[in-house]
Design a protein around this ligand. Structure first.
Ligand code: RAT
Ligand code: ZN
Length: 422
């Protein structure tokens, strides 16, 4: 038996490297992505052109370029990617987080960036078959498994599920229900088309059918949780179809299947429709609906992330009050080093290790590499400072304790909240 490695005030130098190594070497469960198992075919985006046309970069491109929106969208994807490369990487320094991310991903995937040749990069990506590519990225990002975002209304996705999906241990499903909750009137007919006896007025018979729909899909997908993104003005006491559906259909089905309901709160969709997917923005939300739900439904489990920086402190305080609430990730516009660091530090100060500090939200396979490289670096730094503070008190830290903490942060907390074994 080897001696346990113990760190004290005197040996603090070794601690830094130990934390870094443990954080890098601990495989992560990426709890919210827009990646898909290879069986979903074209839904799994990958390669340089997809990375360059990521909507985060499209928005940045229009900060500099005077191309009209119509012209840009009419271009084929490679032409869009060429324009973004030229504008954001060659004519300007690629120092925004989304640009830097492309470079980190390329670097860690083995490309030489000293004199980058876009055509050559394209050719090298084109050589990778999908299985090779998934393995390459999961190894480089040290991902154990990724959670997809699955839409039962998607015309490409739905037939794959219906044909009898063969589970892929690298990818888990989530039942995403934005259309149902955010526009019941506009989407009720889609349930009707699928054979559910629903109508616009949410009578108790109709609710039974919505529950049947949700339950069928949770089971078909073996969904780890149900999820929705919500606007900043989301409330539970407005008598809306959404509030009714959450209380009468989503929460009972979630409870019956022992799965959480995840709410991603604060997105204002389409503030600039000309930007398409890049046109969404954000707003500060009220914490009241979350407090109401956690308090009224103690047998339900809630996973929550807010999009506005202004909501982060209150959200962490709310998580102190309710053990059926698990905070996750630095979502979208918060996925920037300065904000990840601030949020992770603050969350750990208020909640210890009982959080999920990050998810990648990757839409393109290769992005997972940079999202995790950048976040791991920050999580290491914050932990280093927190453990150093402990050493100052005379407390000692073992490597096993660090490993335990990091495993919780990078997946353990998620799986124990779900009460599932990976
Ligand atoms: O982060 C993103 O890429 C957004 O476009 C959204 O997908 C968001 O994460 C969401 O899940 O709604
Ligand atoms: Zn997302």
């Amino acid at each position: 038996m080897s001696e346990p490695v113990v760190y004290t005030r005197e040996t603090a130098v070794g601690l830094r490297n130990a934390i870094k190594q443990i954080v890098e070497r601990t495989p992560v469960t990426d709890i919210h992505t827009h990646l898909y198992a290879p069986v979903f075919g074209p839904l799994l985006l990958r390669g340089i052109d997809e990375m360059l046309t990521y909507h985060y970069l499209v928005a940045e491109y229009f900060r500099y370029a005077d191309t009209s929106y119509e012209t840009f969208w009419a271009w084929p994807k490679t032409q869009q990617a060429d324009a973004i490369w030229k504008t954001l990487f060659l004519d300007n320094s690629p120092i925004s987080e989304a640009c830097r991310g492309v470079l980190t991903a390329l670097n860690l995937l083995g490309f030489d960036l000293a004199s980058p040749d876009l055509a050559q990069i394209r050719r090298e990506f084109a050589r990778l078959d999908v299985e090779e590519h998934v393995k390459l990225v999961f190894d480089a990002a040290n991902i154990k498994s990724a959670v997809m975002t699955n839409d039962p209304f998607d015309d490409v996705e739905c037939p794959v599920w219906k044909a009898g999906y063969t589970p892929d241990s690298r990818f888990h499903a989530v039942l995403r229900i934005d259309p149902l909750l955010n526009d019941w009137e506009g989407n009720c007919h889609r349930l009707q088309d699928a054979g559910y006896n629903v109508y616009q007025r949410l009578t108790s018979r109709c609710i039974v059918e919505v529950r049947r729909f949700l339950d069928d899909w949770v089971k078909r997908m073996n969904a780890l949780y149900m999820a929705v993104s919500l606007p900043p003005d989301f409330v539970m006491d407005d008598g809306s179809a959404r509030a009714c559906l959450i209380e009468e259909a989503v929460l009972p089905v979630a409870q019956a299947n022992n799965i959480p309901f995840a709410m991603m709160i604060g997105v204002t969709r389409n503030v600039n429709p000309a930007l398409k997917l890049a046109g969404d923005s954000l707003g500060t939300a009220s914490l009241a609906p979350l407090e109401y739900l956690c308090a009224t439904y103690p047998k339900n489990k809630f996973m929550v992330t807010y999009l506005a920086r202004e909501n982060q402190h209150a959200a962490a305080v709310t998580a102190r009050k309710f053990r059926n609430l698990l905070l996750f990730g630095c979502w979208w516009f918060l996925n920037n080093p300065s904000l990840i660091e601030e949020m992770t530090r603050m969350r750990i100060e208020l909640l210890g290790t009982s959080i999920i500090p990050q998810h990648s939200d990757a839409r393109v396979l290769d992005q997972a590499v940079y999202k995790w490289a950048h976040s791991r670096e920050i999580i290491s730094r914050v932990l280093r400072h927190k453990y150093a503070d402990l050493l100052e008190t005379g407390w000692t830290i073992t490597e096993d304790a660090i490993r335990r903490d990091v495993e919780k942060l990078l997946g353990g907390n998620f799986w124990s909240f779900l009460q599932r074994e990976l």
